[in-house]
Design a binder for this molecule. Structure first.
Ligand code: SRM
Ligand code: SF4
Length: 518
């Protein structure tokens, strides 16, 4: 009897690159790269493998790298912020940073020759950038008001740090999870308002009680991409709020990485996120394989979860669970930071708070532990004019990805344009409620356009016989309890025509009125 041999599995180009040499291997070569200079570094190492260390070659600004950090649960302290400010300060005009849509910080203008020194400095303050890009687990998100929110169900900070330590081998790099079939997002929600968009993560832990014990229902497979957007689906599993979260994550990552090849995930980058494995197997088989790896029976999901509040943006002054203290949410327009503003944020956190700083997925900062009697003085600080607690309506809820200033995928400029349009419309209109506008420079949707009340995805469009910057317009994205994906409502709008279209849309759909009408 002969068995028909299976055709060999075709690997996509990134899989071939990883098979030649693991992305993480460049860690050993970093000092050498710094010595020879970026122009002499092998192209694949330069443009791809360095991303395993969080170092992103930017074709738009060759020689000036982006460094993506890890900020687990969005938690930083003033010493860390000052260290980051010093790093970008040395690059003058080129140096800046961004708060990202995963509660994280990215530094800009970084030179490769300085990286070994920068890594030493980051290590000294307890920050790592390891495995923050490419086929790795990205920054782990958690409620930005963990430990200070009176209504929270669990302070997730310690757990999220443990999870990061497991995934990254305490920041030293972990070959067990450096060759996933694709990127992987994890979120752990300890609050009631779905602060971290659980539904668009490959793995999310959603608060839920089982027989009065606190824990998490587990949802899997969520993601946004150019080809497909999928909300996470229930795994029908519940874990207590302890190390089981770390162990289950380990089991899921293992199942995903070990079956990627056999199940064809490593052939096409467009069909490699974990949802494709779940599709292929069905969620029951997926659960069974995870359970085997977990090593003990998985409890079924709790009947209901505890995410019963509308999503907050945390801006403004809020009483903390610790009596006598408030946390203050500062609006960082489109997440952009300069060395100067970073130094100021660090100083204010120290002078008025306990040194803690939190980043949010809305690309803003929260400074906690401000004694109530000092809030007034805090609000009078000059930085609060730039990073105000009460921005105008559209500016308040504006989110934007990097765009063409630094990202070579971008089809349009996003941050500057998004801010300008929001500010102009805020001047013209009275808008009764918040309207979340999400800009994203290309269909990859790093700015989560499908989650916005209004989502704008960059596109090249034709106008008067010329190709110009434009957007595809989405509406109806919802976050929080009843999350929903926005739908495409208008295609190929030239950016120069966008303002009047948005004005009308705000009047027709969001109760906006021209200020002159009053
Ligand atoms: Fe993203 C690729 C920026 C959040 C989906 N993303 C990129 C790259 C690395 C492309 C590149 O090499 O230039 C961008 C770097 C530009 C730069 O210089 O900053 C980039 N993504 C970002 C950030 C900085 C946007 C921001 O301004 O905040 C966010 C960094 C998060 C972090 O701290 O780790 C960022 N990216 C997201 C999100 C949102 C989220 O996680 O909630 C998504 C959609 C959710 C998801 O992944 O399911 C997202 N980024 C992508 C994709 C599409 C993934 C896919 O499966 O197809 C790509 C392209 C890719 O991976 O092939 C991408
Ligand atoms: Fe770049 Fe596109 Fe992501 Fe924006 S959405 S940061 S343009 S990859």
């Amino acid at each position: 009897m002969t068995t028909a041999s299976k055709p060999p599995i075709k690997l996509n180009p990134i899989e071939k690159l990883k098979a030649e040499k693991d992305g993480l291997a460049v860690l050993e070569e970093l000092e050498h790269f710094a010595e020879i200079g970026w122009e002499k570094v092998d192209k694949k190492d330069l443009e791809q493998r360095l991303k395993w260390l969080g170092i992103f070659y930017r074709p738009v600004t060759p020689g000036k790298f982006m460094l993506r950090l890890r900020v687990p649960n969005g938690c930083l302290n003033s010493e860390q912020m000052r260290c980051l400010a010093e790093i970008v300060q040395r690059y003058g005009e080129d140096g800046s940073a961004d708060v990202t849509t995963r509660q994280n910080i990215q530094l800009r203008g970084v030179r490769l020759e300085d990286i070994p020194d920068i890594f030493r400095k980051l290590k000294a303050v307890g920050i790592t950038s390891i495995q923050s890009g490419m086929d790795n687990v990205r920054n782990l998100t958690g409620s930005p008001v963990s430990g200070i929110d009176a209504e929270e169900l669990m302070d997730t900070r310690e757990l999220v740090q443990k999870l990061q330590d497991m995934i990254t081998n305490n920041g030293e790099g972990n070959y067990a999870f450096s060759n996933l079939p694709r990127k992987f997002n994890i979120a752990v929600e300890g609050g009631r308002d779905n602060s971290i968009h659980s539904e668009i993560n490959d793995l999310a832990f959603v608060p839920a009680y089982q027989n009065e014990e606190f824990g998490f229902n587990v949802v899997v497979g969520g993601y946004l991409s150019a080809q497909r957007c999928a909300f996470a689906i229930p795994l029908n599993a519940w874990v207590p709020g302890n190390d089981d979260v770390v162990e289950l994550s380990r089991a899921i990552l293992t199942v995903y990485t070990e079956n990627g090849l056999a199940e064809g995930l490593r052939s096409s980058r467009a069909k490699a996120r974990m949802m494709w494995l779940i599709d292929k197997w069905g969620v029951e088989k997926f659960r069974a394989e995870v359970e085997k790896e977990f090593g003990k029976p998985l409890l079924p999901a709790a009947a209901k979860d505890e995410m019963d509040q509308d999503k907050k943006d945390y801006l403004g002054v809020h009483p903390q669970k610790q009596e006598g203290f408030s946390y203050v949410g500062l609006h960082v327009p489109v997440g952009r930071l300069s060395a100067e503003t970073m130094f100021e944020v660090a100083r204010l956190a120290e002078v008025y708070g306990n040194g803690e700083i939190r980043a949010t997925v809305e690309q803003n900062f929260i400074i906690p532990y401000i004694a109530n009697e000092n809030v007034e003085a805090f609000l009078a600080e000059p930085l609060l004019e730039k990073f105000t607690i009460a921005p105008s309506t559209l500016t308040r809820s504006l989110i934007s990805c990097t765009g063409n200033r630094y990202c070579n995928f971008a089809l349009v400029e996003t941050k500057g344009r998004g801010l300008k349009i929001a500010q102009e419309l805020d001047k013209e209109l009275d808008i009764p409620d918040r309207v979340r506008i999400h800009w994203t420079g290309c269909p990859n949707s790093c700015g989560q356009a499908q989650m916005g009340d209004i989502g704008l995805i960059g596109a090249k469009v034709r106008q008067d016989g010329k190709t110009v910057e434009g957007v595809n317009l989405y509406m109806g994205g919802k976050v929080g309890q009843e999350a929903e994906l926005g739908k495409l409502v208008q295609k190929s709008v030239p950016c120069d025509d966008l303002l009047p279209i948005l004005r009308q849309l705000l009047i027709d759909n969001f109760g906006a009125k021209a200020k002159s009408e009053e």
